[in-house]
Design a protein around this ligand. Structure first.
Ligand code: AMP
Length: 439
């Protein structure tokens, strides 16, 4: 027991005034507060509706895992693992980390829960906070939120990738997200990609002197990542590099044609982008990225692709898999830029009451209205009617229900429509009917 607890709360000395600290949220984290949270709720509910319609079930995961799980799945040499994870020693000396992404945990859970015994593929979605110690800026945070969906098991049929992409596009469409662009690519598999990577390395070596230090290093460690470069002076050189599309084996090329055909069948518009690659060996074939407007340089709202080799890397049986992660913070920012902010959620009814009898009736009315699904504000202490109406206005209420002792005795309640100032009288029963019709 700590000293503080032993002494008890009340006896703790109060800090002197100058010692009192003003606490602030940690750099790169922020509070999400109303009314913005109404938009977050709408986004998550819509995801649930759309994903359920496509046969996905929700999985809830721990937010910390063994550090090794991420080191293995994301790769030791990536920035995420080498610099950005929040890691700490747990009691039994194992290193654990706050999750920087969800896919590794979904795969661990699939193996641990024996989901390979279920009918395949298993389709799962999850959402929640992720943690990366990045340099914060607009659309980039240290605690950010992702919405993930993964299809585990099953075949490599192009219809699986295409349906997954159709689903995320349908989700964005339902939300009214604007300026949505889908880029796709095929990055081959372990048969054909190594040859392409070697060819790319050789070509990059020829222009090494003209590249920056990061790209120079990557020529040897991971040449595919050079294609991600955003450096202005490297763009022309990179554009001249061999395209992976010209070096796919026949199976991968066939699969890629299939994915494109399937997307067309589903009316999903795409752009081919040969530079959309993933630097890790377990990725294969289809990769995709979706951008939206109003986000500046951090305009990717969703990244996804096939990762057929990951499950084995994590000790599971060979299992085909594909999935995506949506950056929810960016999705929300883009919706807000497009004017999709829901109005501050006002109350439906503010109950302006005066008198003891009126209060008892108001408590009952509030309970009945809330049970019928209306949002009701019942002030806990009596206020003059004028003040109550002012308060109702400030809260954005649509109606004020005016209940004084007279109304209670006569059984005639007054309902004021705040936008127009109109007033009408109702009995308790007809009042609820009216609201159900017009509320
Ligand atoms: P990744 O897991 O790196 O493929 O990222 C998937 C999506 O998550 C990206 O397209 C972004 O929308 C989002 N994202 C990644 N890192 C951050 C971050 N630090 N802050 C906000 N969103 C992020």
């Amino acid at each position: 027991m700590s000293e503080g607890t032993a002494k008890g709360f009340g006896e703790k000395p109060q800090p002197k005034k100058e010692e009192r600290r003003k606490f602030q949220a940690i750099k790169g984290t922020r509070d999400l507060v109303p009314p913005e949270t109404a938009l977050w709720t709408r986004v998550e509910q819509t995801a649930q509706e759309v994903f359920t319609a496509y046969g996905f079930g929700e999985i809830r995961l721990p937010i910390f895992e063994q550090t090794d799980l991420f080191a293995r799945s994301i790769g030791l040499e990536t920035d995420v693992v080498s610099k950005e994870m929040y890691s700490f020693e747990d009691r039994d000396d194992t290193s654990v980390s706050l999750r920087p992404e969800a896919t590794a945990s979904v795969c661990r859970a699939y193996i641990e829960n024996g989901m390979q015994q279920l009918p395949q593929p298993v389709k799962l979605y999850t959402f929640g906070p992720m943690f990366r110690r990045e340099r914060p800026q607009k659309g980039r945070y240290r605690q950010f939120y992702q919405i993930d969906a993964e299809v585990l098991g099953g075949s490599e049929a192009p219809g699986i990738d295409a349906e997954l992409i159709e689903m995320v596009m349908a989700f964005f469409g339902r939300l009214g997200l604007e300026g949505v662009d889908l880029d796709i690519n095929c990055i081959g598999d372990k048969k054909c990609r190594p040859k392409y990577v070697e060819l790319l390395r050789q070509e990059l070596r020829k222009v090494k002197d003209k590249l920056g230090p990061d790209s120079q290093r990557r020529i040897e460690t991971n040449p595919l990542r050079v294609l991600d470069s955003k450096l202005e002076n490297e763009q022309k050189l990179i554009e001249e590099m061999p395209h992976i599309g010209d070096h796919l084996c026949e199976e991968c090329a066939e699969n890629y044609r299939g994915v494109k055909k399937e997307l067309e069948l589903r009316g999903v518009k795409y752009r081919e982008n040969w530079r959309l690659v993933r630097g890790l060996d377990y990725y294969s074939r289809t990769t995709f990225e979706i951008t939206a407007k109003g986000l500046g340089s951090q305009n990717a709202v969703c990244g996804g692709g096939r990762y057929d080799g990951l499950m084995e890397l994590l000790g599971g049986p060979p299992t085909r898999a594909t999935g995506f992660a949506i950056g929810e913070d960016r999705l929300i920012l883009s919706l807000q830029e497009g004017g999709k902010t829901p109005l501050a959620q006002g109350r439906d009814v503010y109950i302006a009451w005066m008198g003891e009898k009126a209060y008892a009736t108001s408590v009952r009315a509030a309970k009945n209205l809330r049970a019928a699904g209306f949002s009701v504000e019942l002030p806990p202490v009596e206020q003059k009617f004028g003040k109550a109406i002012g308060q109702a206005d400030k809260l954005g209420a649509r109606y004020a229900l005016i209940l004084g002792d007279n109304e209670v005795v006569s059984g005639e309640w007054t309902l004021k429509t705040l936008a127009t100032g109109e007033q009408a009288k109702f009995s308790e029963a007809t009042f609820l009917e009216f609201l159900k019709k017009h509320g």
